[in-house]
Design a protein around this ligand. Sequence first.
Ligand code: GDD
Ligand code: MN
Length: 370
Amino acid sequence: MNRKISLVIPAYKEKDNIEPLVTRLSAALAGYQFEIVIMDDNSRDGSEELVQSLSAQFPVKIIVRRDKKGLASAVVDGFEHAASDIIVVMDADLQHPPEVVPSLVEAIYQGADVAIGSRYIEGGGCEGWGVVRRIISKGAAFISHMFLPSTRKIKDPMSGFFVIKREVVKDAKLNPSGFKILLEILMLGKWKSAVEVPFMFVTRSRGESKLNAKQQLDYLKHIYSLMQRTGELVRLIKFCIVGGSGVIVNLGLYALLTRYAGFTSIADISAGILSGNIALTISIETSIITNFILNNFFTFSDRNAGGIVSFFKRLLNFNLICLIGALIQIGITNLFAVVIGLHDIISVLIGIVVAFLWNYLLNNFLTWKK
Ligand code: GDD
Ligand code: MN
């Protein structure tokens, strides 16, 4: 592998940051062979002329796209304009300290396919962030971990500061939209090892942020689109179908036991409550087991490796999670029907939705670990 590095830097109206960026990068990368590719989206603020003049002294060029297509797309286009096999992606506004680049690059030299500048591991952080911003950001990471399994091992999958080997994205069908290009790469790129290197996301001292409420909402759309493109949405639908089959097993077995196998109906109080409840318990447990088997070989067929021991471990896990799910469902239904006073059928429905999400996410996360 060629050790030369290309830095792809999306920039929109960052003229005041470009010169300090280029000088600090050049100092930090003194021992390396590198080029800086600034991907500008028609800022028309003098960035172009400035880079032209800097290029006499530094290995820097600017690519100006006349139609502005956004941050993520600028990064992906930048890959085409970068000459090296090691590609650094970072912001132009100096919130990503240039001095951290060498440690990221070294992680690649040591064998990582992806090296991520991380705010959320020991030693990293966000300068001057209030509680609300911190919660939003952590919440965003949590959503990604829940719904996009390949991002789970990464504490900061929304970072805009990272290094990849070109092979990672060479054949990837990236559909860059929004701000979170790393998510796209982690989900669709070809990589085995990713390491995180801590850094402090410092406050912007010049220019303005382009991240707004719309981009924050687009994040959810992006997650959904990635679920669609990577098969995670199909998985969710399969889980629903299996859940539906469980309802049939549960109801059907209860009916069989109480109508044909001598158990009494729960409603028949004169016969005592024991017999009917045994029938109910047997049918609930049976449906949990059939759900487990179907999910194991259908919904999560790509994650069911291991022998008989891990099969039973998973079954136990699934059982416990579903049990807690049932308790949650009872709690939520009571909350809405009794405490809030909503219609009982609607309350049961809300309980079902919450329990479904609980079962799906927890089992996805714990029982069939990626
Ligand atoms: N070419 C191009 N086109 N560049 C853009 C565009 C655009 O439409 N929009 C923003 N940029 C550039 C900015 O000039 C800056 O260099 C970088 O992308 C990040 O934009 P900011 O507006 O400074 O975003 P931020 O600091 O709020 O967000 C950063 O941190 C997030 C984590 O909190 C980005 O790195 C995000 O990717 C990251 O998730
Ligand atoms: Mn910024």
